[in-house]
Design a protein around this ligand. Structure first.
Ligand code: BGC
Length: 747
């Protein structure tokens, strides 16, 4: 135990408890050794991050590094760990960080897809499985969950988050953190988690990645901060600032948010780690006078660890010596790094995560594949099903599958599956072939890809479609058309897919469209003409099987959209929790807040998703019509399966504060619950609302409950009109730390 430290600090008795151990270590460290702990080396390029000078990195001794990005596998992590533990003076082990975003070797649905399951318990289970695999492969620390609220589907990173809503986002953020943690230390599958990108990255102007955000303080507190606050409350270990600026201040030099909100208001005691090379980019932002200035700005704002740019290593020691950076602040940052290593048990055994036997036993197991299939099934959203075309029978004379995405294994696992192997995933075509009856012929023609300029062999495709009983068109985006630096201005089907679809529809045959994409697409009139539409996103290792499970009715679809699908790009940003305005768009007449050339409503609203069965809702019943601000309110609704199949419904509760001292959204999600019902079965569901749900931030941003009436809506999506009204009889100031509106997750 603690053998290598004992070797190095000769003569000093080892401190008895853990606190003393870290303090003892700090006392023995030179300033340079301390700064090394704040230096994170990228040993491989991120798929999308800016490339830095690899020549310089190759020269860097590993002992000048406190953590490493991108290394994984027991062999590589053990080798790097040995270099540091054996060759550095104090033998302080490395932290291995990796982007474990939606699975590891077993790939789960991309986060936006998984958010469509509205299932925090599922999010927790997939994060757990990912942590089990990653930690068995040497990884200590993930840069997930990504909890950025995104209301602009032009932004490619919409795919990485939970969509547009802070309440759903907060519930999933905290579930993910708990999943990555598992039972916690000393369990060796405990993995450190990082909430990113703090904050308003998703508000990049024009949806252009890295672009400036300029949101109001109210929107910041009500919309963008709550998922971060939920992650902090769940015990998240790290926070990563975002690449962009907010109202003139880059997040990497944003003292008010990093130190003011995170450290002082929320009492966040974990690590603040820069994004890739982002400290270097402070010069590009035009706020740093040179390299030393970048280090000073970022460190003094609160960034503990420098990912990839080497700025701290080169400049922090001098800044401390000349008094521009306090040594005590460096000690605090280093202490946080050492504490993280201690929590992982690395001082006792630096190799405890690099374990060959554990890696072999835990990665891509049948259990994880089964979970990937379940998660994928639950993430699929049925958008349209005219005349109950779906589910398809498994006995068909023949089925024509069209579209290059049907066999695209890279798209199957999506843009952020760095440790995933595409060839280990089940493509849509494979899934369909496995599912149909032995005598059903499956014909496949690529027809068009998301990057082809022209459709291939359209005449052959037409001919095959005419002979087919049903056509399944797999259309959407390739994996590299969503994700970082993948902003799009045109959200239609890219490439020649639209022409392909036109040709298919012209045959008059029934066409089922499987959409495969990482963001809401703008579905053209041609797409809308198809009788059946399933949103299948990028679903991971078991995508093909899960799609077939839904397509042929072994599983009834239950997903609901976690983000609005607009009719056209010109409507963006479009989200359900909008304000009413003084001239509501729903109003009559010429001077309404609407468009003269487009509807103001979305094509598919937030929360929308169909089922192969149908559900009905009773009017909400309230435990009281009038209540004091300190009282809670029960809202009960009876949900009935009125169709012929059993199915799951995601019941959603929205709240509107009818009159307040500041304008309020027309409704806000305040509860959701998944219920499984057999045909004809009815169930009562009760949601409890309290002051945290009634509260708003007043004009001074103090949380208050204001007396007045509220409307509560309960139904199948964010447009439900099924409502009841109640009154809160008194006003009251709340003492809630953190000052963003509380979001406690699902009821
Ligand atoms: C991304 C981060 C990611 C980091 C490390 C950056 O390009 O913005 O989300 O964690 O790379 O891979």
């Amino acid at each position: 135990m603690l053998f290598y430290l004992a070797l190095s600090i000769s003569g000093s008795a080892l401190p008895a408890n853990e606190h003393d151990f870290i303090e003892g270590l700090l006392q023995h460290m030179t300033l340079e050794e301390k700064v090394d702990q704040l230096n994170q080396l990228g040993v491989q390029d991120t798929p999308t991050g800016p490339v830095i000078d690899q020549g310089e990195l190759a020269q860097l001794p590993m002992s000048t590094v406190g953590s490493v990005l991108g290394a994984y596998g027991f062999e590589q992590t053990r080798r790097l760990q040995e270099q540091v533990v054996m060759r550095s003076r104090l033998h302080i082990p490395l932290l291995f960080a990796f982007d474990v975003i939606h699975g590891f070797r077993t790939v789960f649905p991309v986060p936006l897809a998984e958010a469509a399951a509205w299932d925090p318990a599922l999010a927790q289970r997939t994060a757990r499985a990912a942590a089990v695999e990653a930690t068995a492969s040497g990884v200590h620390w993930t840069f997930a969950p990504m909890v950025d609220i995104a209301r602009d589907p032009r932004w490619g990173r919409v795919v990485e988050g939970s969509g547009e809503d802070p309440f759903l986002g907060a519930a999933l953020a905290s579930a993910k953190v708990q999943g990555f943690h598992g039972a916690g230390p000393p369990d060796p599958s405990f993995m450190l988690a990082t909430a990113k990108h703090f904050v308003t990255y998703g508000a990049a102007e024009g949806g252009r990645d890295y672009n400036v955000a300029d949101v109001s303080e109210r929107t910041l507190r009500e919309v963008y901060l709550p998922p971060f606050q939920a992650a902090v409350a769940a015990g998240v270990d790290g926070i990563m600032p975002s690449f962009n600026e907010l109202a003139g201040v880059p997040l990497h030099s944003n003292t008010a948010l990093l130190t003011g909100v995170l450290r002082n208001q929320w009492r966040f005691g974990g690590l603040i780690v820069s994004d890739f090379n982002a400290i270097w980019e402070l010069s590009q932002h035009g706020i740093a006078r040179g390299p030393a200035d970048r280090a000073r700005l970022a460190f003094n704002a609160g960034v503990d660890i420098d990912m990839a740019s080497q700025t701290y290593r080169q400049h922090l020691p001098a800044l401390v010596r000349n008094g521009e950076v306090p040594l005590t602040a460096v000690d605090d940052a280093v202490r946080r790094v050492l504490q993280a290593k201690q929590r992982l048990g690395l001082f006792e055994d630096p190799y405890r995560y690099s374990d060959e036997a554990r890696q072999r036993a835990n990665v891509l197991t049948p259990q994880h594949r089964a979970l990937a299939r379940e998660a994928a099934q639950k993430s699929i959203v049925l958008l349209k099903n005219t005349d109950a075309l779906l589910p398809l029978p498994k006995h068909l004379r023949n089925v024509l599958v069209v579209g290059s995405l049907a066999t695209d294994a890279e798209a199957t696992i999506g843009p952020w599956a760095l440790a995933g192997h595409p060839e280990e995933s089940i493509t849509v075509l494979q899934g369909i072939r496995r599912a149909v009856a032995a005598d059903t012929e499956v014909v496949y023609l690529p027809g068009a890809s998301p990057v082809s300029k022209e459709a291939e062999n359209l005449n052959t495709v037409r001919q095959a479609a005419r002979l087919a009983e049903v056509v399944v068109a797999v259309l959407g985006e390739q994996a590299d058309q969503s994700g970082e630096a993948r902003s799009r201005a045109d959200l239609g089907l890219p490439g020649a897919q639209e022409a392909l679809l036109r040709a298919l529809l012209d045959t008059g045959k029934p066409v089922v469209i499987l959409l495969m994409n990482g963001r809401p697409l703008v579905l053209s009139p041609t797409v809308r003409q198809a009788p059946a539409l399933l949103e299948t996103w990028f679903l991971g290792s078991e995508m093909g099987n899960a799609v077939a499970d839904i397509l042929f009715g072994d599983v009834n679809p239950s997903g609901k959209l976690p983000i609005t699908f607009p009719r056209s790009e010109g409507q963006i940003p479009l989200y359900y929790a909008h304000k009413n305005t003084g001239r509501p768009p729903s109003g009559d007449g010429r001077y309404a807040s609407a468009y003269i050339d487009e509807h103001w409503t979305p094509l598919y609203p937030f929360g929308f998703g169909l089922s192969y069965t149908s559900f009905s809702y009773s009017t909400p019943r309230l435990s009281a019509q009038r209540l004091a601000s300190t009282q809670s309110l029960d809202v009960t609704v009876t949900v009935t399966n009125t169709g012929a199949r059993s199915g799951e419904e995601i019941v959603q509760l929205y709240l509107r504060d009818d009159v307040a001292s500041v304008t309020r959204p027309v409704r806000q999600l305040r509860g959701f619950r998944k219920v499984h019902l057999a045909p004809g079965e009815a169930r009562d569901l009760t949601f409890t609302l309290d002051q945290g749900d009634f509260a708003l931030l007043d004009s001074d941003f103090s949380p208050v409950v204001e007396a007045g009436t509220f409307t509560v809506f309960v139904g199948a999506d964010s447009t439900t009109e099924n409502h009841a009204r109640f009154e809160v009889t008194d006003s009251r100031a709340l003492s809630i730390s953190g000052q963003s509106v509380p979001s406690q997750g699902s009821n």
